[in-house]
Design a protein around this ligand. Sequence first.
Ligand SMILES: [Zn+2]
Length: 88
Amino acid sequence: MVMWGKAMSDSTIDATLSIEVFVTCPNDDCGFYIDLLRQEDTNNVHLDDDGYVTRQIFSPSGEYDDFECEEVTCSQCKTQFNVNGLSY
Ligand SMILES: [Zn+2]
């Protein structure tokens, strides 16, 4: 058996971090699955301006009960709502 991995030199590449924070639109007639970090999902509002959302995700305390995102608007039905709490 040939161990190719040992013969080849290690390459160094970039990693890509992908974050998605989902909520379901509270409008029962809609139920759109919204990614809070996608402007297309939140009525073209960039919620993570100044790291408003991601800053809370990478909480140094490891506590996410205080996670909040106010005045989110669903792109599909234009319902506005607040998010409070985050589960992994
Ligand atoms: Zn909706």
